[in-house]
Ligand binder design. Structure first.
Ligand code: ADP
Length: 433
């Protein structure tokens, strides 16, 4: 099994911990510095690596560590990987939701998950706007309140605001520093600690209490908070799992304040640190993560909607019309071929007027409709490109389908294995012949 780590900092603690656990299993690791990294055919390349690293949906899992949302180009690389049906932890959707505190709050709210009351502050360059005050009034609370920049992490960008004057002047300053920054105002929930829960594939794999230091209101490990073990109540377990699920998280850190039995979720981290929690709980989060994500039974892959008819492009024969038939439970794909002759371990046929001789991969016996007995069809291995992805060594049975309008028939299992869903309203989503 192979692990590709996408990161901004290949030397970071979090990358090293995950790599070390993967190496212990005998698997291969390729750490990708997102800046300048690219995909070509079935390989991923660091900018200065000419050799690259082969990736495939069968034997590769991709983990994101650190912030991948800094640049759209980083996220686009992740999308290209998802499109190749390679398992990603976490996927683009999750990374994008978690990077944006307002988007997270909307999605958690839609999932019925309780949070501190939150309002977005509209910002205008006119100093006299009362937008901060409007946001404050929406919260229906008293000072102090919490002001957050949407894209902060490790507690940086989270402020405790004691008065309307401070709120107005701080929002003005933040607007002056960055006109495009969005700000959230949040009810302050006084608490001596908050809880960090690591959720992996719908299971809780680590919990710690993070104590708010005397001289701060934040409990981030990166801000020097002390930590200790914590036992979740049933309700808290449910909330953590629901929050992870709401943001499409495969491996995430959910932060909440217990709030006397009514947990309030603060945020979900798509790349939660592991150093602090491993020390606190005394066991390896990274080991559990590697064990889970390298087992393909645990994979969830992005599904792509395609039409009932699409174009497959073969290396040998060029483009062909394919019919995607969800009712077809034959175990291979079928391709139309004329003048089929099987001899020893070879099969000869014509396609688009040209003759080909290929290695015979086997003979498939197909039971025909009615009681016409079994038909024997030769099998070959073919390479083709579909949806921008090369599919190598795919088994096809050859059949004379000259009475049909499509030359390729795609079976149900192939669609399932490659995570395609068929939308009956679509046809030739990637262009016609
Ligand atoms: P970050 O992504 O920077 O960790 P958080 O939203 O988790 O940002 O806030 C950092 C810390 O500030 C939290 O761990 C918590 O201790 C504290 N905090 C954040 N929001 C609130 C709030 N509404 N009430 C009380 N404390 C808060």
């Amino acid at each position: 099994m192979k692990l590709v780590i996408l990161t901004k900092d290949v030397k970071s603690e979090t990358v090293e911990r995950l790599s070390a656990e993967m190496t212990k299993t005998g698997g291969e690791v390729y750490a990708v510095n997102l800046e300048g990294a690219y995909l070509k055919d079935n390989k991923i390349f660091n900018i200065d690596d000419k050799k690259g690293f082969e990736i495939s949906p069968q034997d590769t899992v991709v983990a994101v560590r650190g912030s991948i949302t800094l640049k759209d180009s980083y996220l686009d690389l992740l999308s290209q990987i998802e499109k190749r049906k390679i398992m990603t932890v976490n996927n683009r959707l999750c990374n994008e939701i978690c990077a944006d505190k307002f988007r997270t709050s909307i999605i958690l709210d839609e999932a019925g998950i309780a949070q501190p009351k939150t309002a977005l502050i509209a910002i205008g360059d006119n100093i006299k706007t009362n937008y901060p005050e409007q946001a404050f009034n929406k919260l229906d609370t008293k000072f102090p309140v919490i002001l957050k920049t949407l894209r902060g992490a490790k507690g940086i960008g989270v402020l405790l605001i004691e008065s309307m004057q401070a709120l107005e002047s701080t929002t003005q300053l933040l607007y002056k520093l960055d006109e495009s920054s969005d700000l959230l105002l949040q009810e302050y929930i006084k608490s001596d600690f908050d809880i960090r829960v690591h959720v992996l594939n719908g299971e809780i794999i680590g919990v710690m209490q993070r104590n708010v230091p005397d001289d701060d209101f934040r409990s981030n490990y990166a801000q020097g908070a002390t930590t200790e073990k914590y036992k979740l109540s049933k309700k808290e377990e449910e909330v953590a799992l629901a929050a992870a699920n709401a943001v499409s998280g495969y491996w995430v850190g959910v932060d909440f304040i217990p709030n006397k039995g009514n947990p309030l979720v603060l945020e979900v981290n798509s790349s939660a640190g592991t150093e602090g929690i491993e020390q606190t709980i005394g066991s390896s989060i990274n080991r559990k993560v590697i064990k889970t994500i390298t087992n393909s039974d645990n994979w969830i892959k992005a599904k792509t909607a395609i039409g009932v008819r699409e174009i497959f492009e073969f290396d040998l024969f060029g483009k062909m019309k394919a019919k995607l038939d969800t009712g077809n439970s034959v175990k291979t794909l079928v391709m139309h071929a004329d003048d089929l002759v099987v001899k020893n371990d070879k099969v000869t046929f014509t396609s688009h007027g040209r003759e080909y001789t290929m290695k015979l991969y086997g003979i498939k016996k197909i039971r025909l409709n009615g009681d016409n007995g079994l038909e024997e069809r030769p099998m070959v291995m073919l390479d083709f490109t579909f949806n921008g992805v090369i599919h190598k060594n795919v088994t096809f049975t050859l059949d004379d389908r000259s009475t049909k309008t499509t030359e390729v028939l795609v079976n149900k299992d192939w669609m399932i294995d490659n995570s395609f869903i068929i939308d009956p309203s679509l046809m030739y989503t990637l262009g016609e012949l």
